[in-house]
Design a protein around this ligand. Structure first.
Ligand code: GDP
Ligand code: MG
Length: 439
């Protein structure tokens, strides 16, 4: 999608006459690309109007960077759609906050439940899981395994077949034990079915969740709109989590779901690991959707600075990005400045540094480097997975570097994301260079 939109913009900016007709043609190409990426058709039509209205083409100064202006208009229009424009749900400390998950089978509910539990646990909440999926054989085992790995207390039953009873018993038990975050996993079905919806409503009535989250697979496509609408009408949910954003899907369906239900995306799943959960950030989500994460611009800048880049580039072409590469990048960023601008160029980094001035950001970077410096050579040269497999490593590193486990986690999430990008870039480097030559 990003490539097609960029191509459309490039075509326009290289056209012999930059007239309004060419601009209209480009908006059409962009709209088609969005529709193909599963953004809802009506939504695309609206976007088209918004973009046209926001770029007053004939009023642009002759030497304006039209490409940037148009890209920005597309970007802003999409961000506006996925931006929740509302306050997020914040669980209360010292109280029992019940969070219920709904969604179709395979959407990623069980996986994401554990990730979210882990996320809250790392932030000091007393957290637990309830498995109310009695429909799928092995569902409880799956949750048990995940929960055990993450050291999170769980409840479920191998004999009770009524999910409503399991949910109610589990929530009651944990409330008595003064758990602060009680996450209820439910079953899905392959399709939207009456039985599923009836079950959801019954569980909702029984456990009275403070927040209901619908889990949506990024690859859902055009079905996103009707599916999220149907769920919304029966089991009114207040938040969406998009999973598998690390996959090949463009994720346009996610945008449609938000637009159809006026419900914010709160997190995105970025992989199968326990730590692959990120707070949703409208800007980075849309950047990714449009392929605008300015990694190319960053690479150019870095090359011009002649920094310690050789090994990392070699690794990236091989589809690897170790923790050491992450550390080298951090050090390079510190050399480059101004920090806020540089951080914004790295996907994911912008969000992490949000609201910080250069001094705060600099402190943060230093802490991240301290974290790396507290690692063993083996850990530094690893892909970071050993930290997930042995979480005590994180505790040790946090202690050694005078930071927190949360910060270590954050660094590893960033590194893993870069690893994912490196993997995708492997082999695609030549294509990218070709594309770059055309710009
Ligand atoms: P459920 O039926 O909704 O409970 O779905 P599961 O949690 O069992 O997930 C279905 C599959 O999706 C599993 O193989 C998960 O590992 C995988 N999965 C879930 N979230 C993600 C994600 O963010 N990225 C990737 N790559 N896989 C995911
Ligand atoms: Mg499940």
């Amino acid at each position: 999608l990003g490539r097609r939109i960029n191509a459309a913009v490039t075509d326009l900016t290289r056209a012999p006459t930059l007239d309004e007709k060419a601009f209209d043609g480009m908006i059409k190409t962009i709209s088609n690309a969005l529709a193909e990426a599963d953004v809802n058709i009506k939504l695309v039509a609206n976007l088209r109007k918004t973009i046209k209205a926001s770029v007053k083409f004939h009023e642009l100064p002759p030497h304006a960077n039209k490409k940037r202006i148009i890209q920005k208009a597309v970007f802003d229009a999409l961000v506006d759609i996925v931006d929740p424009h509302q306050k997020e749900y914040v669980p209360k400390k010292g109280k029992s906050n019940v969070i219920m998950f709904v969604g179709l089978q395979g959407a990623g509910k069980t996986t994401t439940c554990t990730k979210l539990a882990r996320w809250y646990q790392a932030r000091g909440f007393k957290t637990c899981l309830v498995c109310a999926d009695t429909f799928r054989a092995g569902a409880f085992d799956q949750l048990k395994q995940n929960a055990t790995k993450a050291k999170i207390p769980y409840y479920g039953s191998l004999t009770q077949t009524d999910p409503v009873v399991v949910a109610r018993d589990g929530v009651e038990k944990f409330k008595k034990e003064r758990f602060e975050i009680i996450i209820v996993d439910t079953s899905g079905r392959h399709h939207q079915e009456d039985a599923l919806f009836a079950e959801m409503v019954e569980i909702q009535t029984a456990v009275q969740p403070h927040q209901t989250i619908m889990v949506l697979d990024a690859s859902i496509g055009q079905a996103a709109e009707s599916q999220s609408r149907a769920f919304k009408e029966t089991a009114d949910f207040g938040a969406i989590i998009i999973t598998k954003t690390d996959g090949a899907a463009a994720g346009g369906g996610a945008i449609s779901a938000v637009a159809a239900t006026h419900t914010p995306i709160v997190f995105i799943g970025t992989g199968e690991h326990l730590l692959d959960l990120e707070k949703f950030n409208p800007q980075s989500f849309v950047s990714k959707l449009l392929g605008m994460g300015d990694i190319q611009g960053l690479a150019e800048h870095v090359q011009s600075l002649n920094l310690n880049q050789k090994d990392t580039m070699k690794n990236i072409t091989e589809g690897k990005f170790s923790v050491r590469d992450m550390r080298d990048q951090l050090q390079n960023i510190m050399k480059m400045g101004p920090l806020s601008k540089m951080a914004g160029m790295i996907p994911g980094m912008g969000g992490m540094m949000q609201g910080m001035d250069d001094e705060e950001g600099g402190m943060k970077l230093k802490r991240m480097i301290y974290i790396c410096d507290s690692m063993t050579v083996k850990e530094l040269d690893s892909d970071g997975r050993m930290f997930v497999e042995q979480p005590t490593r994180m505790t040790r590193v946090a202690r050694g570097s005078g930071t927190s486990v949360r910060e270590v986690e954050e660094l590893l999430t960033q590194q893993r994301m870069m690893g994912g990008i490196a993997k995708k870039m492997k082999g695609g480097m030549q294509n990218m260079q070709k594309a770059q030559g055309q710009m």
